[in-house]
Design a protein around this ligand. Structure first.
Ligand code: FE2
Ligand code: FE2
Length: 477
């Protein structure tokens, strides 16, 4: 049922945009606004061209094309995964009914909200990362940064397509708003907290693409289950691109840890700051920060909104099809993290049994946490392989939380409850301090020469698309 992508069009697409003149015109009038946004809020480093992957189709084979392109001429297109004509709703009250090709009136507002929240994160990360090009540790890394940026731009297109095609005038207005809100803006910030934090250095970038893009993977995974078929198909294709973003994060942190371990071993010291590498305790602090703000993105431990989204069929669970239950959850329960108050006014960290529907945020966050542990295991393997006894770890779920059950308390990375004073006195042991950030930033000097790499990071094991590390991935202006 897939249609060949039309690449000769102004907006490459596989949704037969040509057949719907109104929609085509609406999107063509949004396009210059998008390009203005890209010019003013996108990457600041001037380049001639970049070796980029461009999505051109959705099939298993050959869905992407690689080549040097000027970024402003990148072909941001609209691609939905192939339609399964027999697809049925997999969960909730409508389980077993045919998937929706149109938006049911009763769910219109909720679906629009879910799409806007997802859409808002896509350009936000481009804004957060816009100055990183100036300090890239290699041309390979620079190219990866720009690849992530153009694809987040395409993800914005993916959400804007849905808003334009299915949500009428309100959808078009929301599409405009997606370009007007800006990361960190005081008047009109991005919707979610983590997307208003700056990404000031490359260690932050790798941590962001590891932990925060991974949140994106889980959110897209729940929307891929949606009864609203165009949303499902859109997210399925976005997940394909998202895998590369997380590879950038995973291998980026790998390489920082590898280089640090190497300098530690060669000099028989933990104090690698004097030697131009990033000390392990600083890496741990960056990890603590990005992990905890990403946990907040999953929302409160309990949520009646999310229960309603599930029952309505708007948003499912991670890998819904593989769950061994009735996919309706009306009589199931789940233990969620909670603050206990033993009656003496002293809270403690405990668990609370709630209905499974209300605890769906917890279910998703746990899937995410288990996935994050995979990275920690990799990084510890690198340390062990270097013969070092040091290890990194994920901090406790209550650490540095601003959303949910633990928003009102402070806890150490080991889960020990702290008074506000203790937290104030000790948080610099666990979160990056100004001194740490200044040090990391002092290392961020550009290495824009072919085949060269900054001293604080190891080179990658593999290049991109079979090219070597010393390939001319980027031509600077
Ligand atoms: Fe994205
Ligand atoms: Fe991403």
């Amino acid at each position: 049922m897939t249609t060949a992508s039309d690449y000769s069009e102004k907006i490459p697409n596989n949704v037969e945009l040509r057949e719907d003149r109104r929609l085509q015109r609406a999107l063509e009038s949004w396009q210059p606004n998008f390009l203005n946004w890209w010019e003013s809020m996108g990457p600041t480093l001037p380049t001639q061209d970049v070796y980029l992957r461009t999505a051109i189709n959705v099939g298993r084979e050959g869905w992407a094309h690689f080549g040097h392109v000027a970024m402003k001429d990148y072909r941001w297109g609209i691609f939905l995964a192939e339609r399964d004509p027999g697809r049925q709703i997999g969960f909730g009250a409508h389980k077993g009914e045919p998937a929706w090709q149109k938006v049911p009136g009763e769910y219109r507002a909720d679906l629009q909200r879910l799409i806007v929240i997802q859409g808002d994160t896509e350009p936000a990360s481009v804004e957060q990362q816009r100055n990183l090009g100036a300090t890239a540790p290699s041309l390979y890394d620079l190219r990866n940064l720009f690849q992530v940026n153009v694809e987040e731009g395409r993800h914005l297109w993916a959400m804007v397509y849905l808003l334009h095609a299915y949500f009428g005038r309100e959808g078009r207005e929301e599409a405009e708003e997606l370009l007007h809100r800006n990361s960190g803006s005081l008047e009109s910030p991005r919707i979610l907290g983590a997307f208003n934090e700056e990404t000031p250095d490359w260690l932050s970038f790798y941590m962001f693409t590891y932990f925060t893009d991974r949140d994106g993977k889980y959110q897209l995974g729940t929307l891929k289950e949606s009864a609203f078929d165009p949303l499902s198909r859109t997210c399925e294709f976005m997940l394909k691109e998202e895998a590369h973003h997380m590879m950038v994060g995973t291998t980026g942190v790998d390489r920082v840890v590898e280089r640090t371990a190497q300098v530690m071993v060669e000099n028989d010291t933990d104090d690698v700051a004097a030697l131009g590498a990033i000390p392990l305790p600083v890496i741990q602090k960056y990890l603590n920060f990005h992990y905890s703000v990403s946990l907040d993105l999953f929302g409160g431990e309990t949520s009646t909104n999310v229960a309603n989204y599930f029952t309505a069929g708007l948003k499912g669970r991670w890998l819904e099809g593989r769950r061994q239950d009735d996919h309706q959850l009306t009589s199931d329960s789940i233990m969620v993290d909670a603050l206990d108050d033993a009656g003496d006014g002293q809270p403690s960290i405990g668990q609370l049994e709630v209905s499974a529907l209300v605890g769906l945020n917890t279910d998703l966050r746990r899937e995410y946490i288990a996935d994050c542990q995979g990275g920690v295991n990799r990084w510890n393997k690198i340390l062990a392989g270097a013969g070092l006894p040091h290890r990194v770890k994920l901090p406790h779920i209550a650490f540095n939380r601003r959303v949910g059950a633990f928003a009102g308390i402070e806890a150490s990375p080991d889960g020990e409850l702290l008074s506000a004073d203790e937290w104030a006195a000790r948080q610099g042991e666990w979160l990056p301090t100004d001194v740490d950030k200044t040090y990391v930033r002092s290392l961020m000097r550009p290495v824009h020469e072919r085949g060269k790499i900054a001293a604080w990071i190891a080179p990658p094991r593999n290049g991109i698309n079979g090219k070597p590390f010393d390939y001319d991935y980027v031509h600077l202006a």
